[in-house]
Ligand binder design. Structure first.
Ligand code: SAM
Length: 285
């Protein structure tokens, strides 16, 4: 077995482009051209990229269904002194992509794991969103079924931080519709589609507006998406204000609907939720 002596035995986690093939670092090209072995999700897809780069490492398929089993084999290659790269179909491996089990196996076997950083759709999208990025919350892909998706959206509805989701053409409409029903149509959203590709589009507006645009134009439902939703605006100002204590104060002073609306103005959140809290209080009384 031939061993390439230019790179020490280690796992190199290499980011590749998410569209535009020029979005790859010189170091990534150099590493992919020098490693003995390259682990890839879809070897046919990755062969095209490697051919484009003029790199010809031995390709090994490592995907979500076999990566737990592949760990021992990759460690055995490292023990023979071989250098190994890990790439995914696009962007940075392990970011909503396979690789976590492999990295863990290699690290546990005592071999170095080196990042070769580059593009990731989440960072690329945030860089053009125009939403706060001092804190943001990456939620990856939402569940496929409506009930589970709404539950997942609900779980982060009060986060003051920009929410970031990955989405596919199959579910972009359903996800946006669920975001309207969970977050309300007024929340700001940015939908980044086909970044760095020919049909790159960035839609910015309220959830109601953006859902309308995507419904009206089938082109806006094609390709790959990063959906970024503004955080709950009031939530960061409400630290210390307990909704139940506030409901206790407001409930005796005005009708439940009015009290719920006052709570939205004071601490944000959904009117329906506060109405239920207040009427629950009324029943308890
Ligand atoms: N590992 C990749 C990364 O670092 O971004 C992500 C892989 S994940 C399986 C694929 C998802 O990333 C797509 O469904 C989409 O949500 C997002 N994505 C990838 N490329 C994109 C692009 N060019 N424009 C917008 N979103 C993209």
């Amino acid at each position: 077995m031939s061993v390439n002596t230019t790179l020490p035995a280690a796992l190199y986690v290499v980011a590749t482009p998410i569209g535009n093939l020029d979005d790859i670092t010189r170091r990534a090209v150099s590493v992919l051209s020098s490693v003995d072995v390259c682990c890839a999700e879809d070897t046919r897809h990755s062969r095209r990229l490697l051919d484009h780069l003029g790199a010809s490492p031995r390709l090994i398929s490592v995907h979500e269904h076999n990566e737990r089993d592949r760990g021992h084999f990759i460690v055995s290659l490292l023990e023979q002194g071989q250098s190994v790269a890990l790439i995914s179909d696009a962007g940075t491996p392990l970011i909503s992509d396979p690789g976590y089990h492999l990295v863990q196996a290699v690290a546990e076997a005592g071999f170095p794991v080196h990042p070769v950083p580059g593009v990731s759709a989440v960072i690329t999208a945030l860089s053009v969103a125009g939403l706060p990025t001092d804190h943001w919350r990456f939620e990856g892909f939402l569940p496929a079924k409506t009930a589970a998706r709404q539950k997942a959206l609900q779980a982060c509805s009060e986060s003051p931080h920009t929410l970031v989701f990955y989405e596919s053409s199959h579910r972009i409409l359903a996800s946006l519709a669920d975001m309207v029903s969970v977050y309300g149509g007024e929340r700001r959203v940015v939908v980044a589609r086909e970044l760095t590709k020919t049909f790159e589009t960035v839609l910015r507006g309220s959830l109601d507006e953006v859902l309308g645009w995507v419904e009206a134009d089938e082109h806006q439902r094609k390709g790959e998406f990063v959906v970024m939703v503004a955080g709950e605006e009031r939530a960061d100002q409400t630290v210390g204000l307990d909704p139940k204590a506030l409901a206790d104060v407001l409930a005796p002073l005005m009708p439940p609907k009015q009290a719920a609306a006052a709570m939205v103005s004071l601490i944000g959140g959904r009117k329906k939720e506060w109405y239920e809290l207040i009427t629950g209080l009324n029943k308890a009384d």
